[in-house]
Design a protein around this ligand. Structure first.
Ligand code: KIV
Length: 272
């Protein structure tokens, strides 16, 4: 059964734009290492996000804030090594794009040069427009990230749904229009009302990729550890689990422990 595009060409920012124009939904998942990236690329995913959610999934931190530029580069390089077709997008970590365009561009160039990734994702709107513009002007494709911005958790104080009131919803619309105007090729909208996300998706020509933003947008992104059921501690309403790898891996580990303890592994055919 084919559930994805038969097109085997490498995914580009322009092809994502074409997908939006013809109404084909865009698929995106996170990955942080070579093996996982290779599996989801071969399965036909359109975009792979080397998210700073690596801070939670790979390191066990409570927030995304501790992630450094060097750590993001390490993960991104590993992912790029496993990918043939998908567009690889890398998060600019907290503090690397916040009101100093020259410094932001330096960090952006390091990621692109040292990883071979295709594009960057940057959290924030109007406040960092000069940084985003500088990076795009240097020829680096940027995906904007608005709505719930995990790097601003200390400002919000909560991971609850954003833009529920009119003022914040209007700012979100204005920020989306601005990010489109300065040249972002796509926008991630995280945890906002579905009706607002649908409305934004109709207002801008660039693809809107949602996470907790309903089905009226142009594509979806999920954190791979959540959707594969590796991480069972995080169950927001928007999450659908497609596998229960936690149980599969626990049982496999227990079977291995038993076999070794019982001197049942390795057997003769597994020995030289
Ligand atoms: O870091 C990340 O994984 C993200 C997604 C939640 C969109 O930004």
């Amino acid at each position: 059964m084919s559930t994805y595009s038969e097109d085997k060409r490498a995914v580009t920012t322009h092809r994502l734009w074409e997908m939006k124009q013809r109404g084909e939904k865009i698929t995106m998942l996170t990955a942080y290492d070579y093996s996982m990236a290779k599996i989801i690329d071969e399965a036909g995913i359109d975009c792979i996000l080397v998210g700073d959610s690596a801070s939670n999934t790979m390191v066990g931190n409570k927030t995304t804030l501790p992630m450094t530029l060097d750590q993001m580069i390490y993960h991104a390089r590993s992912v790029v090594n496993g990918v043939q077709r998908a567009l690889v997008v890398v998060d600019m970590p907290f503090g690397t794009c916040s009101g100093n365009p020259i410094k932001s561009l330096e960090a952006a160039v390091r990621i692109m040069k040292e990883t071979g990734a295709d594009a960057l994702k940057i959290e924030g709107g109007k406040e960092i427009q000069e940084d985003v513009k500088k990076i795009i002007d240097a020829g680096i494709p940027v995906m904007s990230h608005l709505g719930l911005m995990p790097q601003s958790i200390n400002k919000y104080g909560t991971y609850t749904v954003r833009a529920k009131d009119e003022k914040e919803a209007q700012k979100l619309i204005d920020d989306c229009l601005l990010m489109e105007k300065i040249g972002c090729f796509a926008i991630v909208l995280e945890k906002i009302p579905a009706s607002l996300a649908t409305d934004v998706s109709k207002k801008v020509s660039v693809p809107i990729i949602g996470i907790g933003a309903g089905g009226g947008v142009d594509g979806q992104v999920l954190v791979i550890h959540d959707m594969m059921g590796i991480n069972k501690d995080f169950s927001p309403k928007f999450l659908r689990r497609y596998a229960d790898l936690h149980t599969i891996m626990t049982e496999a580990t227990q079977n291995y422990i038993k076999d070794v303890k019982d001197s049942n592994f390795p057997n003769e055919s597994e020995s030289y």
